[in-house]
Design a protein around this ligand. Structure first.
Ligand code: SAH
Ligand code: SF4
Ligand code: F3S
Length: 441
């Protein structure tokens, strides 16, 4: 009997890459590769990479070193690099890393099978051309729905915003939306297989179809998806504050399936910095949208992203960021030290704060957020939340799920409850999660 070939796949970066990796697994299965968790066992190693910050990119090169040593003892090992670093580096990566067999960009998944087949014949290749066409969505199979729980559904890809610091538009290309009919068809198929929650995915979902006037826009799409029977909860990510329209805010009031949570990255609370970042809103405009969302959906939970140490950020500008956080009261916040990325506008700006100053700001910001997160988690004690059970917790001795507000919750219960949305009373709000008990009526 032929032993199955083994694929070791490692994924870095955002949900876009996670979603692409699911497709990669399906494509490689089609070529007879079964996934393994042990790289030493693998015939094919694929890295799906991220280049959002210099540290993310360096991590990829660190990992490649590890596979280079494995290849020394196993010369037939095929090593491929995909995703955003691959897109950025292209052919250069083949030169820098002679042990790499193939490099595939963010628009080239449909070529992957051919490239792996060529590598099996000893040929090295790199494919990083952009394919700015909606057809791209149809070029590879849907990832397999395994039933139950929660799934991501891509609604758009790419980004046209060109925030001054960001590499995404350079490595993911221009924004393209998938037709509403296709999105609804995929959601319906997932619901039929037992999926109860979908997260509509894109770099900037709320500008969905903005380049196709006459087509359903994002609020229309949400209303269509909400009509699919079997889907109990809808989420979406990521949103750009400038595109958070009154019609989209209304959806939070009207659609009971829409989860009371929004990831709405502000990036800074200083108008001067926001303008230099090319974000297209002021702190006041951002806060007005937050207030409108809180009014439309009482109890809504906010999460966001914040950058410290952007060129030109002084202590006063940093204090504006802290003041904005105080007003919003984020349930959770992802915060980063600015990292200059090749080819972006901000890479040309003088980077004036010292490393120590930036580190100090990050620490102060994170300490303040930690307090807010704990206070918000504690404020949920005694309330009953709708929790979608995802499965066993990481420790394996209880169930893990998420509230509508997207707070991770652990509770005792039978694993067969995975995929169900249950009433859970919160008994304790901790720093990183909630503890609850299932309400039995
Ligand atoms: N499309 C999403 C997410 C983009 S990347 C959005 O627009 O919100 C995720 C986060 O990484 C960004 O929100 C930003 O806070 C951070 N980020 C992006 N580029 C960065 C850079 N050059 N340095 C530091 N953080 C960065
Ligand atoms: Fe990057 Fe801005 Fe686009 Fe988000 S909206 S992906 S931060 S350019
Ligand atoms: Fe990283 Fe690419 Fe996502 S740069 S954050 S994996 S779009």
């Amino acid at each position: 009997m032929n032993q199955a070939k083994k694929l070791y796949l490692e994924t870095f970066g955002c949900q876009m890459n996670v979603s692409d990796s699911e497709k990669i697994v399906t494509l490689m299965k089609g070529m007879g590769y079964q996934q393994t968790q042990d790289p030493v066992d693998a015939d094919l190693v694929l890295l799906n990479t991220c280049s959002i910050r210099a540290t993310a990119e360096q991590r990829v090169y660190g990992h490649l070193g590890k596979f280079k040593s494995i290849k020394k003892t196993k010369p037939g090992l095929i090593i491929g690099v995909g995703g955003c670093v691959a897109q950025q580096e292209g052919e250069k990566l083949l030169k820098k890393a002679p042990f790499v067999n193939l490099v595939f960009g963010t628009h080239n998944l449909h070529l992957l099978q051919g490239m792996v087949a060529a590598a099996e014949e000893g040929k090295r290749s790199s494919q990083t051309d952009f394919l700015d066409d909606e057809k791209r969505f149809d070029l590879f199979p849907h990832s397999e729905a395994e039933g139950g729980g929660t799934r991501f559904v891509t609604v758009m890809q790419g980004c046209d915003n060109f925030c001054a610091y960001c590499i995404v538009p350079h490595v993911r290309g221009r924004e393209i939306s998938r037709s509403a009919a296709k999105v609804v068809e995929e959601v319906r198929a997932l619901a039929d297989s037992g999926v109860t929650e979908v997260t509509l995915l894109g770099q900037n979902v709320n500008s969905y179809c903005s380049k196709q006037p006459g087509e359903p826009d994002f609020p229309d799409l949400l209303r269509l998806v909400a009509q699919v029977d079997g889907i109990e909860r809808i989420r979406f990510t990521t949103s750009h504050p400038k595109d958070m329209s009154p019609r989209l805010i209304e959806c939070f009031a009207d659609l009971s399936k829409l989860a009371p949570h929004i990831h709405l990255p502000a990036q800074s609370g200083s108008d001067r910095v926001l303008q230099k970042m090319n974000r297209g809103y002021t702190a006041q405009q951002y806060l007005a949208k937050v207030a409108a969302l809180k009014e439309a959906c009482p109890g809504i939970q906010f999460t966001g992203d914040m950058i410290v140490g952007f060129p030109g950020e002084d202590e006063a500008a940093f204090q504006d960021t802290m003041a904005l956080m105080e007003q919003v009261q984020y349930a959770d916040l992802f915060s980063f030290i600015y990292s200059a990325r090749p080819g972006t506008k901000a890479a040309e700006y003088a980077d004036d704060a010292t490393r120590a100053e930036k580190q100090g700001r990050l620490e102060r910001l994170q300490a303040a957020q930690k307090q807010t997160t704990l206070a918000r988690n504690r404020s949920l004690e005694g309330t009953v939340q709708k929790v979608l059970v995802e499965g066993l917790s990481s420790t394996g001795d209880s169930l893990f799920g998420r509230t509508g507000g997207n707070r991770g919750t652990v509770m005792a219960g039978d694993p067969s409850l995975a995929g169900r949305v249950l009433d859970v009373r919160i008994v304790e709000g901790l720093q990183t999660l909630l503890k609850g008990e299932i309400v039995h009526d």
